[in-house]
Design a protein around this ligand. Structure first.
Ligand code: NAP
Length: 254
């Protein structure tokens, strides 16, 4: 599929990887529907994409965990653009913590259900809801489409990330399932599993965690958001890519 003139929906499009992908596609004259909860960053990202040459840009303030908001947003996108060609399920959050903590033989902490559930709600349920709505509109239009889920190197399991790792493995399972179910409609599904990429999300990490993380990366540097945008572009443009994960992580293994 060509990026030029395609309608590309990006969740979490206001900052970080979502904004970087939006800007990259804007340079190729894409039509962009950006969804985010943060109205301010969304407006800034939309303006930046217009300046870079996007054919059309609309922004939508919505929470991807809210079923009716997601349904209404996708209806509105189809009304505004006529069709959806690509969805990038990028919105995601971290709420790291150990499953349990013991001190002097005493249980001092358990990961609260809310901490676990909040990450599932955004990363997994949000991707499910947006994927479902995009697939329904794409199948109805009959012109195929592409859905990209953003996973992570943490999908293999990582200390302090019970919730996050579970969601990032989950989105890969959904990717393979959707590739199998939706291929008959000409809809391709792929996933990208980034390693440590320099975004506001990783800026939350403590300095010692950053140092530890970098020491595990064979290339000894952070990935840059445009390197993830490059992978999204590859999945969109390669018409035989489906049901697989592109790993962009500088060779790191957690
Ligand atoms: P980020 O800078 O935190 O950006 C995420 C965006 O998603 C934010 O604009 C955020 O809005 C939005 N968002 C969060 N919850 C939302 C919701 N319920 N509904 C709508 N929008 C929501 O993160 P990032 O680093 O760009 O990460 C993007 C994706 O890549 C995530 O799925 C992340 O797990 C994945 N990833 C990142 C890395 C990395 O190293 N950066 C590595 C592997 C995978 P608010 O600002 O309002 O919260």
């Amino acid at each position: 599929m060509e990026i030029n003139n395609s309608t590309i929906v990006i969740t979490g499009g206001g900052q970080g990887l979502g904004r970087s992908m939006a800007e990259d596609f804007a340079r190729s004259n894409a039509r962009l529907a950006l969804i985010d909860m943060n109205a301010e960053s969304l407006t800034e990202a939309g303006n930046a994409c217009r300046e870079l040459g996007a054919a059309q840009v609309q922004t939508y303030v919505a929470n991807v965990t809210d079923e009716s908001a997601v349904e209404q947003t996708f209806e509105q996108i189809v009304a505004d653009f006529g069709a959806i060609n690509v969805l990038i399920n990028n919105a995601g959050i971290l709420r790291d913590g150990l499953l349990i903590k013991f001190k002097d033989g005493e249980l001092t902490q358990k990961m609260p259900l809310q901490q676990f559930q909040s990450v599932l709600d955004v990363n997994l349920t949000g991707s499910f809801l947006c994927g479902r709505e995009a697939a329904a509109h794409m199948a109805k239009a009959g012109n195929g489409g592409v859905i990209i889920n953003i996973s992570s190197v943490a999908r293999a399991g990582n200390i302090g990330q019970t919730n996050y790792a579970a969601t990032k493995a989950g989105v890969v399972a959904m990717t393979v399932t959707w590739a199998r179910e939706l291929g008959r409609y000409g809809i391709r599904c792929g996933a990208i599993a980034p390693g440590f990429i320099e975004t506001p999300m990783t800026a939350q990490m403590k300095p010692e965690a950053i140092e530890r993380a970098l020491s595990m990366v064979p290339l000894r540097r952070w990935g840059q958001p445009n390197e993830i945008a490059h992978s999204a572009r590859y999945i969109i443009e390669n018409d035989f890519f489906s049901g697989r994960v592109v790993e962009i992580d500088g060779g790191v293994r957690l």
